[in-house]
Design a protein around this ligand. Structure first.
Ligand SMILES: Cc1cc2nc3c(=O)[nH]c(=O)nc-3n(C[C@H](O)[C@H](O)[C@H](O)COP(=O)(O)O)c2cc1C
Length: 308
């Protein structure tokens, strides 16, 4: 039987997860909201909703819309702010049993650094994930994720203030060459990469002649983006020597193995949490059963073994 633990090497303290199944930022609240649906300590890791230094109200409604095999969102990083999170929410999370990853959003490298210092100082925060890929905010966001020099500056600013905590940088698929972005961020000191964030998209209503989102444009997620995500993870894993976390459209244990096969060390699950709030908890069991059926005994024997 497989030992489900997975270690992401890198940083002064490698990040050890209970299993490869993490939750994706912005789709699992702060984690505490999901306690009625399952045991949080069963998860590989929890990535909390994007945090900024000051609280944010987010974008006007409507800010989510269903699409074939996916959803569009333009939430705009609504959150309580980092101070409130560390004081009020973090103590309610079982951080000794499951790694809690803080997802960071800021408008410039200096602010990213300041935010990193606040969050990295908390014993309950296991790692930082830097969101340089949000398509739904006016300042910063995906702008950082589309320019390798800007992405490197943000990465350096966070690394400088992150102490011994591993720094994960989350890449955008909305670029011409994701491998080039990945290398720039690795050279700037990132310990781990996660990909992908949402794809820029929009939806319209021919009867009202209005866009489906008040923001007009939003981020597409869910099963519709899985082939794009797999391609990105494969290209990134080949381009860098740091670990990669695969994200995008995962709705089954088979999907998890597809991401590991193309080179991911772990995965994050997002939109599926909106379909079934107990999904990730069941996924951990399904993954263990699938590995048993397929005779996979060690992640190292399976990861990145795609035959091309
Ligand atoms: C409603 C919603 C909110 C999101 N908020 C964030 C966020 O705050 N920070 C971030 O890095 N990614 C955010 N994302 C992107 C997800 O973490 C994930 O990268 C993306 O949805 C692809 O995974 P999926 O297809 O499994 O949903 C958000 C996605 C959705 C659907």
């Amino acid at each position: 039987m497989i030992d489900m633990h997975v270690t992401l090497p890198g940083g002064l303290h490698p990040l050890t997860l209970n299993n490869p199944v993490m939750t994706a930022s912005g789709t699992f609240g702060y984690g505490v909201e999901f306690t009625p649906y399952g045991d949080l300590t069963k998860l590989g890791g929890i990535v909390v909703k994007g945090l900024s230094l000051a609280p944010r109200r987010g974008n006007p409604m409507p800010r989510v819309a269903e699409t074939p095999c996916g959803m569009l969102n333009a939430v705009g990083l609504q959150n309580d702010g980092a101070e409130y999170f560390v004081r009020t929410t973090l103590p309610k999370l079982p951080w000794r049993e499951v790694p809690i990853v803080a997802n960071l959003y800021a408008c410039d490298p200096g602010e990213f650094g300041e935010l990193a210092a606040v969050l990295a100082a908390e014993e309950g925060v296991a790692a930082l994930e830097v969101n340089i890929s949000c398509p739904n905010v006016k300042e910063g966001g995906v702008i950082f994720g589309q320019d390798p020099r800007q992405a490197a500056k943000v990465t350096e600013a966070v690394k400088m203030r992150a102490g011994s905590k591993p720094v994960i940088v989350k890449l955008s698929p909305n670029v011409t060459d994701i491998a080039h972005m990945a290398r720039a961020v690795e050279d700037a000191g990132a310990d781990v990469l996660s990909c992908i964030n949402t794809l820029t998209g929009m939806g319209v209503d021919i009867n009202t002649r209005k866009p489906l989102l008040a923001n007009v444009v939003g981020g597409l997620s869910g099963p519709a983006i899985k082939p794009v995500a797999l391609r990105c993870v494969w290209q990134v894993a080949k381009a860098v020597s740091i670990p990669v976390i695969g994200i995008g459209g995962i709705t089954s244990a088979e999907d998890v193995l597809e991401f590991l096969l193309v080179g991911a060390h772990a995965v994050q699950v997002g939109t599926a949490n909106f379909i079934r709030p107990d999904f990730v908890f069941r996924l951990v069991d399904d993954l263990a059963a699938l590995c048993e059926r397929m005779g996979i005994e060690q992640w190292d024997d399976f990861r990145g073994t795609l035959k091309v």
